[in-house]
Design a protein around this ligand. Structure first.
Ligand SMILES: [Mg+2]
Ligand SMILES: [Zn+2]
Length: 229
């Protein structure tokens, strides 16, 4: 097999992979809210889903419903309940073997994203997620990767801005995701590996996508060279 990353006939692929509900089996933010049920979370969540509130505003407001003193309890809950989707180590292995860059682009928060990814040896500068500050009375979510001048979506962690750093003239840009945090990025890329709401969204918008169940499926398609089509 030729080295995919240096194959001059085609642009090398670069992968942008969602975290919640994609690398993990379910969405950790949704799981935390449904488990602890902080007063008022339901209205905020429904405003996010119906696009009445931006992700940044909605996620910030939902975590602000929690006192910072609940840090350990919330972290423990996520670390004890989150499962990793099958085939994830194999996808990372495939990327390494083929010299393909792999980025985690997550709308999740550092205090659970980093520990859950710890076993997989992904360099920190390849993980994009939101931050957190527990020094005040209530949990304060921080946004180190905001939207660029081309995105008016108020994403919080702007996947579109991260993807734009890899020009489409040079890379075959591939997004892997499942839901609302992936909607904007999906419009930019050459190929989407989709689950759940993202599959419906791609169908509606006519975006090139391949539905997947686990990361073995994705390795299979990458190995077949389906990203070249
Ligand atoms: Mg997701
Ligand atoms: Zn954005």
């Amino acid at each position: 097999m030729s080295d995919i990353a240096t194959d001059s006939k085609s642009k090398p692929p670069v992968l942008f992979c969602d975290f919640d509900g994609t690398i993990t089996l379910s969405d950790n933010i949704v799981a935390v809210m449904k488990h602890f049920k902080p007063e008022g979370y339901e209205a905020i969540m429904s405003d996010i889903v119906s696009f009445k509130k931006s992700l940044r505003q909605g996620v910030g407001e939902m975590f602000a419903l929690f006192p910072s003193s609940m840090r350990q309890e919330i972290t423990d809950y996520i670390l004890n309940t989150a499962g990793i989707r099958e085939g994830f180590p194999q996808l990372l292995e495939w990327c390494k073997k083929n010299g393909v860059e792999f980025y985690v682009t997550s709308g999740g928060i550092d205090f659970f994203v980093y520990p859950l990814l710890e076993p997989f040896g992904i360099p920190r500068d390849h993980i994009f997620c939101n931050g957190s500050d527990f020094s005040g009375e209530r949990i304060d979510i921080l946004w180190p990767h905001p939207c660029d001048e081309h995105c008016k979506n108020d994403c919080g962690m702007c996947k579109a801005a991260v993807i734009r750093r890899y020009p489409k003239e040079e890379y075959t840009r591939i997004l892997i995701g499942d839901s609302i945090t992936d909607f904007e990025g999906a419009k930019l890329v050459d190929l989407v590996f989709s689950r759940s709401h993202l599959t419906e969204r791609c169908r509606e918008l006519g975006l090139p996508h391949i539905p997947f169940e686990n990361f073995h499926d994705i390795v299979h398609h990458l190995e077949q060279g389906d990203w070249r089509k």
